[in-house]
Write a protein that binds this ligand. Structure first.
Ligand code: BG6
Length: 513
């Protein structure tokens, strides 16, 4: 983890709108607590949780304590450590639409500034329902809390819009009150160590870059699949669906990192420019081609991990005749020199057979097969798998000679595993992101143009789907790999790789050795 001494962080006030809500409880405060334990918070900091409900500081702290015990990386919390941290948390009851909420916040910040004797950074974090995303920046603007370009920041959680039009409208409100450099749009995937490692792997090693193109790469598969269903979020999910929930943001970001050109420097805007170039290069999906390039699915009842689970339409908060997709597979092409005609297959879904996010680069076979036919019976293409989670590592599959008098070739794996290599637990994505916000480093955050480019690309799909209901939902059983027709997206000889099979094999081998 990129930890610098605490004294380099300047005093910061975190204002969390939605401070009594689920995200604060589950992610934000546990991450801030972990950062505090790693001494990665400023010497002077304060967390002001703002929400509509009537709560005392004490009640809120008790609830947050419970969240920290459940979700923080540190796990068990010692009483002394907690009370030191909890002393930085206060609650302010307020309506997000009323200006007096903001004036009171301004007074609090001024008071802290006076107490600490130095200027403070003000981070305004919107951990509220999306319906508030347009209101809060306006009120911050009106009350002057956004005006200090260097010291005020706003953090926006996904979903950033519901479609291109609403994303543009939200970006316009943000831009009217903040400079782009003050806006931190969160995609928590970008905070994952293994996702950041894509750039390290590609551009800190000269080895792979020369073959990272259409001459050597046959296809790329990006998978982010989950075994869980919609859990307690049926109400939200039924209005979103997998395309909005996962593809528009997380999968598009992974695509950008895998396909982008080398950056000239590690400056936030340089990296974000290179990523935006990828989105601009994606071949537009024409409305009449949507059915050939994209497959949607919805899970019915089934078995996951030996347990019978209900179908999507039976989940709490979901309409019994819902047509919302819980699975999407897409085939995309990038129109540029590096990737022309290389298929990028993207797949995401809930209630699939396993939880796994990974990127597979499949290389072409050798141009001329000089080994006798009987040597290569077990031949499988060479592949590089970047496993983002739950296994964290990289596996390279290639051919080797099987020991013995005959020239028999077998596929073998070489692997790098985070735990073995670094013997330390990776920080949670939110720790990294919150730390970057304190450091004012926007590298891992989405810029307005990226968000809009991703929506622009997916709008034909959303429009065609809205006009033509699926008719065959549910079309896959929970615990399987999704609808059969996802196979139809693949060119001959390509397959959806079984996630984590490579790392699983490596793990078994390690256990047996
Ligand atoms: C969120 C989605 O952005 O990402 C969820 O809204 C999804 O539906 C989650 O489950 C996956 O993130 P992670 O980090 O748990 O893989």
């Amino acid at each position: 983890m990129r930890i610098r001494p605490t004294d380099q962080l300047e005093p910061t006030v975190f204002v969390i709108f939605g401070g009594a809500g689920d995200l604060t409880w589950r992610k934000l405060v546990p991450a801030l607590f972990d950062l505090s334990q790693d001494r990665s918070v400023p010497a002077n900091y304060s967390i002001i949780a703002v929400d509509r409900v009537d709560l005392s500081d004490e009640k809120l702290r008790r609830r947050l304590h419970d969240g920290v015990k459940k979700f923080s990386r540190q796990g068990l919390v010692k009483a002394g450590e907690w009370s030191e941290f909890a002393g930085h948390i206060r609650y302010q009851q307020g309506d997000f639409k009323k200006l007096q909420t903001y004036t009171a916040l301004g007074e609090q910040c001024a008071k802290l500034e006076k107490e600490w004797g130095e200027k403070v950074h003000r981070v305004f974090y919107m951990a509220t329902p999306p319906s508030m995303f347009g209101e809060i920046p306006k009120c911050l603007g009106k009350t002057g809390l956004a005006s200090d370009r260097e010291w005020a920041r706003i953090v926006v959680e996904k979903p950033i819009g519901y479609d291109l039009e609403s994303a543009r409208a939200l970006n316009a409100i943000l831009a009217a009150n903040f400079e782009e450099s003050q806006i931190f749009r969160i995609d928590h995937y970008l905070g994952k160590e293994t996702v950041q490692n894509i750039l390290a792997f590609r551009f800190a090693n000269p080895l792979f870059e020369p073959i990272w193109n259409r001459r050597y790469v046959e296809c790329v598969t990006i998978t982010a699949v989950e075994a869980v269903g919609v859990e307690h979020r049926g109400g939200y999910y039924d209005h979103a669906g997998a395309l909005r929930d996962m593809v528009q943001n997380h999968l598009m970001q992974l695509l950008c990192l895998v396909a982008m050109e080398p950056m000239v420097s590690f400056k936030a805007d340089e990296i974000r420019n290179k990523k935006a170039d990828v989105l601009h290069a994606v071949r537009p999906i024409h409305r009449d081609a949507v059915h050939q390039c994209v497959v949607r699915g919805q899970y019915g009842p089934g078995w996951v991990g030996g347990k019978k689970v209900p179908g999507y339409r039976e989940e709490v908060g979901v309409s019994p005749d819902s047509e919302t997709e819980t699975f999407v597979a897409l085939r995309l092409f990038l129109d540029n020199w590096r990737w022309q005609d290389v298929p990028f297959y993207l797949r995401t879904g809930k209630r699939l057979a396993r939880h796994a996010s990974e990127i597979t680069i499949q290389f072409f076979g050798v141009p001329h097969q000089s080994f006798p036919a009987e040597s290569t019976l077990d031949w499988q293409s060479s592949r590089l798998v970047m496993s983002i989670q739950p296994d964290e590592g990289i596996v390279l599959r290639f051919q080797a000679k099987h020991p013995g008098p005959m020239m028999h070739l077998r596929s073998v794996e070489m692997q790098f595993n985070y735990q073995d290599a670094f013997a330390t637990r990776s920080p949670e994505a939110y720790e990294t992101l919150l730390w970057d916000i304190m450091k004012n480093d926007a590298t891992l955050f989405m810029r307005a143009d990226q968000v809009e480019a991703a929506w622009r690309l997916l709008m034909p799909v959303l429009d065609v789907w809205a006009a033509a209901p699926p008719g065959d939902f549910p079309n896959y059983a929970a615990g399987t790999w999704g609808p059969e027709n996802a196979q139809g997206l693949l060119a001959q000889g390509h397959s959806w790789p079984l996630p984590t099979e490579l790392l699983e094999q490596c793990k078994k081998k390690r256990k047996n050795s």
